[in-house]
Design a protein around this ligand. Structure first.
Ligand code: PLP
Length: 422
């Protein structure tokens, strides 16, 4: 009955339940759909791999804590209520929860000033808000060689409009900004330095505190899309002026959530104008935070989910040493160039590989078809980073970890990388 099936993999489904799917050796694919209880009992006699093979958590994390969906369903089906407008218990309840989430995010980014956290739909919106809002004055902008298009495209758009000039800071081979060389790039009209905290291509984390020291009063905008939730973020200690984050990656919240920390709001013109439920007698946006940058009804249901994610962080199932072992193991294979931070102390939970002969998409296809491993092939929306690392325009194949991955799953990934790259 199971002739041709050689291994069994647990695939997470949309309800966060794992379904056992056999690998059909004859067809070279995984069988579709979960097995019945009866076949499951039979399969238990086989060697089974009960694994989470989703390694694309940098795109969006999966699975989420079960409490995320529960909180969202509860807001949609039971509690309801909008945010900060009118006065009846249902609204007080949902407004209180939004503010609770805002305060938790403030603590997480390293400040006690909750009102300086604003909600947006994602990091891209937050970055556009800051970049376009600051650059209205025109001037010179510095950024890094490792940027995602969420920073590079708004900058380039504003350059094409003739508002700004932008250029790259000097970086080490892994993309780390060389802080000693920042001063030579500063100009009297430099209005902004915008850099990612953690690269979404090789996982290298910059040192925002050192960058801020080097630029003094010039505003620093940090893109913490990949770091917040998996790496320490300390806006007050670093002196960061603006920080953008997203809810659906390492924070394990739902898509459609994100935001920014805004220290120097006087430097930013709003991008979106509209109702805030406050100061409605004026046709101008309120001057105070967070209202100034929160026109329109926020994603209240999503924020319920994000709040639940923050309260129900899973205990990581693997240690940093397990991750270091994985990287060490992959690096022993000479058929690959492994993209990671030069110093493991600056390494976030992702890395990528370039094979000497297989393209990134061929690699990702083989990982999926042979092992059920879901990875990401291509440029990862970060062409600047690939130019810097030398893999433009083909890109690489990226693996990004979740706190739910076990050491066994990391070992499985290491073996699969060896096998596919042979
Ligand atoms: C470094 C970086 N910045 C910004 C973004 C954009 O995040 P979002 O899609 O949530 O707007 C991403 C997403 O992959 C990213 O990796």
């Amino acid at each position: 009955m199971f002739e041709g099936f050689e291994m069994f993999v647990m695939f997470p489904d949309s309800q966060n339940h794992y379904a056992l799917r056999p690998f059909d050796k004859l067809r070279g694919t995984f069988a579709q759909g979960p097995l019945t209880l009866q076949t499951f009992q039979t399969l238990q006699t086989f060697q089974t791999f009960l694994m989470n093979l989703y390694f694309d958590n940098c795109a969006t994390s999966f699975p989420k804590p079960a409490a995320v969906a529960e909180a969202m369903v509860s807001h949609l089906n039971e509690t309801g209520g909008t945010y900060g407008r009118s006065a009846y218990p249902r609204i007080f309840q949902s407004t209180k929860l939004v503010e609770e989430c805002r305060d938790s995010l403030a603590t997480l980014v390293g400040t006690a000033e909750g009102e300086k956290i604003i909600f947006t739909a994602n990091a891209t919106t937050a970055l556009n808000l800051m970049i376009q809002g600051i650059c209205k004055r025109g001037g010179h902008v510095l950024t890094s060689a490792m940027e995602h298009n969420a920073i590079a495209r708004p900058l380039e758009h504003l350059r094409q409009l003739g508002w700004i000039e932008w250029e790259l800071l000097e970086s080490a081979p892994d993309g780390t900004i060389i802080t000693e060389k920042i001063a030579s790039k500063l100009r009297p009209n430099t209005i902004l330095v915008a850099v990612c905290h953690m690269s979404n291509v090789n996982g290298m984390a910059q040192s925002p505190g050192e960058i801020k020291k080097a630029i003094g009063e010039i505003p620093l905008l940090v893109d913490a899309s990949q770091s917040l939730g998996s790496h320490p973020v300390l806006v007050d200690e670093w002196g960061v002026d603006f920080l953008a984050f997203t809810g659906h990656k390492s924070l394990l919240g739902p898509t459609g959530t994100g935001g920014a920390f805004v220290r120097r709001q006087e430097l930013v013109e709003p991008l979106i104008y509209g109702g805030t439920g406050s100061g409605s007698d004026s046709l101008s946006m309120p001057s105070y935070l967070p209202d100034r940058f929160e026109a329109g009804t926020p994603n209240i249901t999503g924020i319920h989910g994000l709040n639940a994610a923050l309260k129900n962080r899973p205990v990581p199932r693997h240690t940093r040493d397990d991750f270091a072992d994985l990287l060490r193991e992959v690096k022993t294979n000479n058929n690959y160039v492994v993209r990671c931070a030069t110093d493991f102390a600056n390494q976030g939970k992702l890395f990528s590989v370039v094979h000497h002969s297989l393209s990134s998409s061929e690699l990702a296809l083989r990982f999926y078809e042979t092992y059920g491993i879901e990875s990401r092939a291509g440029l990862h929306c970060a062409p600047l980073a690939h130019r810097h690392l030398g893999s433009f325009p083909n890109g690489d194949c990226r693996f990004s970890l979740s706190p739910y991955h076990t050491p066994e799953e990391l070992n499985f990934l290491a073996k699969a990388i060896h096998d596919v790259g042979r």
